[in-house]
Write a protein that binds this ligand. Structure first.
Ligand SMILES: [Zn+2]
Length: 313
């Protein structure tokens, strides 16, 4: 099959050369010299989805190094140079990476396709019915990817961008994307099942990353810090959080893998709760990469830990 295909191309090239000249790139695509689509991204889940959709035809680089919390990442000149050479720059948007706005305005759009994965998908705070102690209300909540149904919509944008950069492999991309969609649907069903069994709706997180997830499954996030881990509560807010946690008789406080849980520790000790991990997937640790974790395995671990905290066993 493959051989025939290659012969077919050679044959049509020979024919075309005699008529109009033939280049190895017949379609007007935007792949790099070795024929693969180079994608630079800013957030682990986007990296994971792009790799799953693109398979062997894409080269995906995340500018945020492993083990780094991406909220406070600042790109180096070298990172920006990498960006300008990419076929696709895939960023999250909705205020997640404040540096991308300027970087995007400096890119040559005829060379680099720019994809804002969350464009048009964010809900405003009011319609989410969210209740957290964020004192920074100017920021939008960017953590869409923690709702599998929204992550699926983000990955559709990634699929569209990859197909338009490399239409020659559309069939393969479509197959991979269809498979990925199924995985999101399955994960969504699993979360729904867990949430239905939950005897408690409140869960306490260190930073306000899980309100989209809470909204999707009818749960309630009580966050100790705001939308960014650096956004720590004042002593007065901290006291209000501790009161609320006590009121709901919360037994577990969720910590993260990449940020220090100083404030969460204060609450945990005050209410004599236990610590569990809820991973906002803003980056994997070197260890998680080594043990081949991905978006789905981390989300399932999150689901198990949530089940424990919510009494959904
Ligand atoms: Zn965050």
């Amino acid at each position: 099959m493959k051989k025939q295909y290659v012969y077919g191309i050679i044959a049509s090239c020979l024919f075309l050369t005699s008529v109009i000249g033939c280049s190895s790139k017949e379609s007007k695509d935007s792949t790099n010299q070795n024929g693969s689509v180079s994608i630079v991204t800013t957030l682990y889940p986007l990296e994971d989805f792009a790799k799953k959709i693109g398979g062997s035809h894409v080269q995906v680089t995340n500018v945020v190094p492993a083990g780094t919390e991406s909220h406070d990442f600042e790109p180096s000149a070298k990172d920006l140079a990498k960006l300008s050479k990419a076929n696709i720059f895939l960023y999250h948007g909705s205020g997640f990476e404040s540096w991308t706005e300027k970087a995007v305005s400096n890119l040559d759009k005829s060379k680099t396709k720019i994809v804002n994965a969350s464009d048009g998908l964010t809900l405003d705070e009011g319609s989410k019915g969210d209740h957290n102690h964020s004192h920074d209300h100017e920021g939008m909540d960017p953590h869409l990817w923690l709702d599998p149904t929204l992550a699926k919509k983000e990955s559709r944008k990634i699929y569209d961008a990859i197909v338009s950069a490399d239409p020659a492999h559309k069939e393969e991309y479509t197959k991979n994307f269809t498979e990925l969609e199924k995985q999101f649907d399955q994960l969504d069903v699993e979360f729904q099942t867990m949430a239905k069994k939950a005897t408690k709706k409140e869960f306490v997180t260190s930073h306000a990353a899980f309100s989209y997830l809470a909204h999707r499954y009818g749960l309630k996030q009580i966050s100790i810090s705001g939308l960014s881990p650096e956004d720590e509560p004042t002593p007065k807010e901290l006291k209000a959080i501790i009161d609320e946690v006590k009121e709901h008789q919360v037994k577990y406080i969720f910590f993260e893998t990449l940020v220090s849980g100083k404030m969460a520790d204060v609450v945990k000790n005050e209410v004599k709760a236990e610590a569990l991990i809820l991973n906002p997937l803003e980056g994997l640790t070197a260890e998680e990469i080594k043990s081949k974790q991905d978006y789905f395995s981390v989300m399932r671990k999150n689901k198990e830990n949530l089940a424990k905290a919510l009494g959904a066993m």
